[in-house]
Design a protein around this ligand. Structure first.
Ligand code: ZN
Length: 281
């Protein structure tokens, strides 16, 4: 488990042949899940919006640096946190929310879900929900699996618990976890950026991180191009209407599109997950 923890979330992807290799885990493929709204890779829009996401934290040194930079550029972002680090650094998760960012669930121990039983999968998700609740009084509604690995069981589990599974734009996988060079990270983000992109970065990288240095270039440049940095839940408000209809008309009682910001802010003093029946599953 410790070895797994050391792997950045995208590190696991490196073991797969390509982004499209996800289809091996789940043969239905991207289009199927995207049309049903069960997995979000990005939210194409004419509006100049970008959702920066940071996985695998919180981290005692990198997370505060990133928070300071985001503040400087009035940027909102989404942090997919690992539960056992939330338990260790609850103050950092509180700081993320206090600054208007969003917190998503990235499992408790960062295992590859490929190697986890259904029961343990639920524990990974539920214990992270509890850790964030204990730290902040709120529960996430977004979920991102380690390494982006999913199959039908993961999709169904997340759907049943009325969470939204979120991955990232395939053109915005920065590989920052591998420290490929600041220029590589910067170029990856800036070269093909489009409205509605979801950018994958990490606020925990074993050893030193190039992410902060890259952000010092990316943030002002995208701002110069009039991009606005929003949370994933704000970006989800720009989802095409046909996706919503498809979900609403589905025969398998699909969940409503979650509104993580509204739900999490309304969750103070409540227990939205037990209301949604997580404990009964
Ligand atoms: Zn990860």
């Amino acid at each position: 488990m410790n070895a797994l923890r050391l792997l950045g979330c995208a590190a696991l992807i490196a073991l797969l042949p390509s982004a499209s290799g996800f289809a091996e885990a789940s043969p239905k493929g991207r289009e199927y899940y995207e049309q049903r709204g069960e997995i979000v890779w990005e939210v194409p829009t004419e509006d100049p919006l970008v959702a920066l996401t940071f996985d695998d934290g919180p981290d005692r040194s990198h997370t505060p640096e990133i928070l300071a930079l985001l503040k400087q550029y009035n940027a909102k972002a989404t942090f997919f946190v690992v539960g056992d680090k939330v338990a260790r650094y609850p103050d950092l998760v509180r700081a993320e929310l206090a600054a208007g960012h969003e917190v998503g669930n990235h499992t408790y121990h960062h295992p590859s879900l490929k190697a986890v039983s259904a029961g343990d999968m639920l524990k990974e998700i539920d214990s992270t929900q509890e850790a964030v609740l204990k730290a902040t009084g709120l529960k996430p509604v977004l979920f991102r699996p380690p390494g982006g690995w999913y199959n039908e069981a993961v999709v169904e589990l997340i759907k049943r618990n009325r969470m939204q599974l979120v991955l990232w734009s395939w053109n915005q996988d920065t590989w920052d976890w591998a420290r490929p060079g600041v220029n590589h990270i910067v170029t990856k983000v800036l070269r093909g950026v489009k409205g509605g992109n979801i950018v994958l970065m990490h606020d925990y990288v074993p050893g030193s991180s190039q992410t902060v240095q890259a952000l010092r270039i990316i943030l002002p440049e995208l701002q110069r191009r009039h991009y606005r940095f929003v949370t994933v839940s704000e970006l989800l408000q720009h989802r095409p209407v046909h996706g919503l209809r498809q979900r609403a008309e589905g025969s398998d009682s699909p969940p409503q599109i979650p509104d993580p910001v509204r739900e999490s802010r309304g969750a103070l003093g409540k227990d939205p997950v037990s209301e949604r029946g997580l404990e009964q599953e």
